[in-house]
Unconditional design. Structure first.
Length: 69
C-alpha cells in the first residue's frame, strides 16, 4: 500500500493502516494469487527502498492462504 503523508520538521503523528490478505498476496507463475509463508520487511519513510531512509520492521507469515479471484 501507499499513502503520502507530509510532516513538518520535528512533527510526529500516529498512523494506523491495515494490511489485508489481498494486499499481502503474490501471484505465482500459474496466475494463482496467495499469501505465501516467509519473512517480510515493512518500510516507512521517504526515498524507499534506500536503507536508512525511514523506519522499518520485519514480520513472518506462517502457512499459505489462497486468495479467491
Amino acid at each position: 500500500g501507499f499513502t503520502r503523508l507530509h510532516l513538518t520538521p520535528g512533527e510526529k503523528r500516529h498512523i494506523v493502516f491495515q494490511l489485508d490478505p489481498r494486499t499481502l498476496s503474490q501471484v505465482d507463475e500459474q496466475g494463482i494469487r496467495a499469501v505465501r509463508a516467509g519473512s517480510y520487511r515493512l518500510a516507512l519513510g521517504g526515498s524507499q527502498p534506500i536503507a536508512g531512509a525511514g523506519q522499518s520492521t520485519s514480520f513472518t507469515i506462517v502457512g499459505n492462504q489462497s486468495i479467491p479471484r
